[in-house]
Design a protein around this ligand. Sequence first.
Ligand SMILES: *[C@@H]1O[C@H](CO)[C@@H](O)[C@H](O)[C@H]1NC(C)=O
Ligand SMILES: *[C@@H]1O[C@H](CO)[C@@H](O)[C@H](O)[C@H]1NC(C)=O
Ligand SMILES: *[C@@H]1O[C@H](CO)[C@@H](O)[C@H](O)[C@H]1NC(C)=O
Ligand SMILES: *[C@@H]1O[C@H](CO)[C@@H](O)[C@H](O)[C@H]1NC(C)=O
Ligand SMILES: *[C@@H]1O[C@H](CO)[C@@H](O)[C@H](O)[C@H]1NC(C)=O
Ligand SMILES: *[C@@H]1O[C@H](CO)[C@@H](O)[C@H](O)[C@H]1NC(C)=O
Ligand SMILES: *[C@@H]1O[C@H](CO)[C@@H](O)[C@H](O)[C@H]1NC(C)=O
Length: 589
Amino acid sequence: MVLAACFIILIVVAVEAVDNQVSYPINVHGWVFGHHPHVTHPQADGDTSTSSKTTFFEVNRPIDLPAGSKLLCSTPILNRHVFGDTGDAAPATSQFATCTAGATFDRVVLRWQGSCTGRQFGRISTVWVSGVEVVRTCTPEFPDGGGSWAFSKDVTRFTSLFKTVRKVSVELGNVPDVDYNGVYNISIFLDFYQTGLKRQYASPDLSTAPAHKIKAIALPNPKSGGYWFRLGGSDNPQSISKEVTGLPRNAYRAVLELCVSSHGDDESWFTNPPNDYADSTNLTFGNGPFREISVSIDNKFVGSVWPFPLVYTGGFNPLAWRPALPIGTSLVPSYDLEITPFLSYLIDGSPHTITLTVTNSLSVWLIDANLHLWVDSKGTTTFSSLLNYNAPYYAPSINSKFSGLDGQFVVSADRNYSFSGWVLSSQGNVTICVTSSFTYNNTVLLEDNYGYQTANLLITSQRQIVTSNDTAILATYKTTTEFPFGITCTQRDGPNDSTYLKCSIAHGMSSDEFAIYAKGNFARSISNIQTAAGELNVASDNTVSGGTGSLHQQYDYKGTKGCYKRLLSTQDSTILADSSSSICTPCNS
Ligand SMILES: *[C@@H]1O[C@H](CO)[C@@H](O)[C@H](O)[C@H]1NC(C)=O
Ligand SMILES: *[C@@H]1O[C@H](CO)[C@@H](O)[C@H](O)[C@H]1NC(C)=O
Ligand SMILES: *[C@@H]1O[C@H](CO)[C@@H](O)[C@H](O)[C@H]1NC(C)=O
Ligand SMILES: *[C@@H]1O[C@H](CO)[C@@H](O)[C@H](O)[C@H]1NC(C)=O
Ligand SMILES: *[C@@H]1O[C@H](CO)[C@@H](O)[C@H](O)[C@H]1NC(C)=O
Ligand SMILES: *[C@@H]1O[C@H](CO)[C@@H](O)[C@H](O)[C@H]1NC(C)=O
Ligand SMILES: *[C@@H]1O[C@H](CO)[C@@H](O)[C@H](O)[C@H]1NC(C)=O
């Protein structure tokens, strides 16, 4: 079995870097925070994990299709493609022709079916359509017997891409070797549905009001690796800039969708201690536990994201994530930034520069973005201007003290910004106000000469978007999200230079959204919490000689388009309890 999480392959040289991690001194002080011990060459008989096939899954609400929806056609976009020794090769490519009933579909669902022949690390994978990222996912971390997994994603927001023949690219960097011999076999389908629901272009929900045009902010035609930009550390810049030109002069709305995942030294950035500690102990990666992804246009800050602290499929204790995967690993979250107040910066006919930055990033963040644009079919140009711009300076506060291997690091941050602008189109002169506020609070505590480690983190974000004209409020949208993460680990030296590790983890993702607009409204809330616990014995040769892992998950979705609740308990790859219901219970008793 393996302890490493979602690996990516950097460059051919770095393929060896994966191997170099074998020598990571877990038996000296198995650093759990910041960096996971990488047990890359376990002996098969030391592996307590099952050798039968495992069917992995991430708990999510099943795709909800209105009654009477018709499946028009199902198009394979990748058919039983085997990702063997793909390393940092160029993405697998295919072309798909749209459904012949193309004009009438109003819902598109991407279905992923994958299997793995044997033991393998979690690997990051992304699907691009004409260079636009539509899915990012991390494969499960497969034990000896291999197995399979599947998931679906509503990709209706990318409707404009699915109307003509397109190039599909799928990157999944895999490096099989004698111990990690698993090769992945992936099929991906697009299912086109007719639900009969009307497009509601005033809706803030991108699946109800898909953009008319989508522009990739990504690498063009990669010869190796994916369309991602690489940020962080000394290997890569902290920021990348991309020039955009030729945007439609009649756009009236713009949303930038940010797609990111962090790997290597920043895989668990949210437990990284500050540099002074990292430098003085040599145990781990530094730069502290705070990251912000920010966007600017022509060097003017236009918005940011405080990202979800993703625990990968091999994170902390891989035995806990079998068969239910950590939150957000099958569907790695992307983040929508409403940038309509800055429309005049983008569509004046001149080239503009979009810059993506990950503050404090270590190597490596894989990042790209999709610029969604809505155009006024009744006019050839829109007019717009920024009205108010309020983005005060902020800086996280860091309180760090340590002595030897023990220390306490408290980082907190608080940020507000708001922008407004007007857009004159055939719909009249509409003003849009976007307000965002964030809080971050993280306490990392190391005690008992590094034998006891805890981190407690809460990230909250709130956004509000209001559009109005001179006589009425046209739409209001509010969303609040919370990302709690907590971990407690104890570790001690065992006999024969082995290490005993015991960790419990509680993390989650919750959001509340509501929207009121001219032709409709919606509300939805999601609360998704996992608590995991387990123990590992790691021998001096980095093999795992025993371990346990348990998981409880509570998933609760409530919305104006239905409800879904699921309760799941697992222990050592066995499902102990699993119940679900789609009955709405508005008040929790
Ligand atoms: C890939 O998986 C499919 C089932 O989805 C199977 O029929 C096929 O034989 C597999 N291909 C290889 C090369 O293993
Ligand atoms: C940290 O590592 C560097 C380079 O390997 C070494 O020179 C230094 O002595 C180490 N410091 C400690 C405190 O172990
Ligand atoms: C941000 O706004 C909230 C109210 O929405 C306020 O409580 C908080 O103090 C503000 N933070 C900063 C840094 O201005
Ligand atoms: C649109 O409305 C805004 C806010 O009321 C105003 O400042 C702007 O001048 C208007 N634009 C046009 C072209 O009338
Ligand atoms: C941050 O977390 C610590 C420990 O969990 C807590 O004592 C403190 O009140 C929190 N601060 C804020 C601003 O929430
Ligand atoms: C504002 O929008 C409403 C609803 O679309 C419309 O009835 C009204 O005429 C608009 N007012 C102006 C000044 O454009
Ligand atoms: C430690 O290793 C020695 C030599 O390999 C072995 O005889 C002994 O049983 C081991 N002790 C434990 C507690 O595993």
